[in-house]
Design a protein around this ligand. Structure first.
Ligand code: G6P
Length: 368
């Protein structure tokens, strides 16, 4: 294997741009396009119907993919999900009912804390399902079943394409679980599968906003602190936006559930701190808009990431609005991940940082 940046300045840029293709490839692995249904390409050693609970553990960006999937599993399959960062899960002696499902998410399949959590769950007689990108990894070997993300080799230390492929696989699993548990009708499934099939095209559209994002990144590079807000599945995306920005630009950033704004971070709002709000036009849009009003009333500078409908329905004075193509609310986080990644990338590039090899970070953390 020869690593090649193609026409891009950095691996991270190449990997962001590859997403429509690798998400499409991953989808093709889990979805029967003609039948309009999810078909998991391996046998599951358990039946979703009989599960009482799913426990998810992972680290970093993979953890945030897991957090998005909690919303999907709970909403689509009505199955309670517990999720923890692996470094907590492995030590907290969580009581696990034998025969439940433990799900692990990892790009490398080698992260020490996630692997230790997997071994703990295995000793507690859980079914072990791993969503991994490296098929030959230790986690893949030690799992009962492996749900591969077909992202290809990811070189940039800050994960991008692995994240959106993880989301794609996790959503397919949640849909399969919904079907097995009778909480999704064939028509519901068809609607979701149609939405999923549209995702690579929407991601390509999202990438076309790159020039606007690049201009905004210049503004962002002047900030000392940045706040990211979102509700529902946009909340883990807000966490991911903040994580990406701090990883590669070293600007201090925090992600918060928009509804928690009034319980703390609102005290920080002034005209020097950009507030990035991720708010596609979904059932929680109005609620997020009212949080934006609270920010605006205190002189906060808002960068709104929304979709066409959302942009039409807000008349707030934002510093900028990045308009994504409209997507089904369930798949929207996969599409909205793109501007979040591009914003961090261009901010770091503008600041002259080494985006592929950020200081103090490793691609795969195999020590505790
Ligand atoms: C490191 C990387 C992150 C990654 C995390 C988990 O912190 O810098 O990009 O999300 O590890 O890695 P994994 O290989 O388990 O997904």
């Amino acid at each position: 294997f020869l690593a090649d940046k193609g026409n891009h300045r950095h691996f991270m840029a190449k990997e962001i741009h590859e997403q429509p293709e690798v998400v499409g490839r991953t989808l093709a692995h889990y979805v029967n396009f003609t039948a309009g249904r999810v078909e998991i390409p391996f046998d599951l050693p358990f039946d979703f119907k009989n599960l009482k609970r799913v426990s998810i553990s992972a680290c970093g960006t993979a953890y945030l993919a897991g957090l998005v999937s909690k919303y999907w599993f709970e909403r689509l399959a009505r199955i309670p999900v517990e999720i923890d960062v692996a470094s907590e899960f492995r030590y907290r002696e969580a009581p696990l009912e034998p025969g439940s499902l433990a799900l692990f998410v990892s790009q490398s399949g080698e992260t020490a804390d996630t692997l230790a959590s997997l071994r703990y769950a295995s000793a507690e007689k859980q079914h072990i399902l791993s969503v991994v990108n490296v098929a030959t990894s230790t986690m893949a070997r030690e799992s009962d079943v492996v749900a591969a993300t077909l992202a290809g080799v990811e070189i940039g230390v800050a994960s991008t394409k692995a994240f959106t492929c993880q989301l794609t696989v996790l959503l397919c699993l949640a849909i399969a679980a919904g079907r097995a548990r009778g909480t999704l009708s064939a028509a519901d499934e068809k609607e979701l599968v149609d939405a999923l099939i549209g995702v690579p095209g929407l991601m390509s559209e999202a990438i076309k906003r790159e020039h606007q994002v690049e201009m905004l990144a210049r503004e962002l590079s002047k900030a000392k602190d940045v706040l990211y807000l979102g509700r529902g599945t946009s909340y883990p995306l807000a966490l991911e936006g903040a994580l990406k920005l701090k990883e590669i630009s070293y600007i201090h950033a925090e992600g918060y559930a928009a509804g928690e704004l009034k319980h703390g971070p609102i005290a920080l709002i002034d005209e020097t701190m950009p507030v990035i709000v991720i708010a596609p036009h979904d059932a929680l849009f109005e609620k997020t808009v009212s949080n934006m009003q609270e920010v605006a009333a205190r002189g906060g500078r808002i960068i709104l990431i929304t979709d066409e409908k959302g942009a039409l329905e807000t008349d707030l004075d934002t510093m900028a609005t990045i308009v994504m193509p409209s997507a089904h609310p369930i798949v929207a986080p996969i599409v909205h991940a793109v501007p979040v990644q591009l914003l961090a990338y261009h901010t770091a590039v503008f600041m002259g940082k080494d985006v592929d090899q950020p200081r103090n970070l490793a691609k795969s953390v195999t020590v505790e």
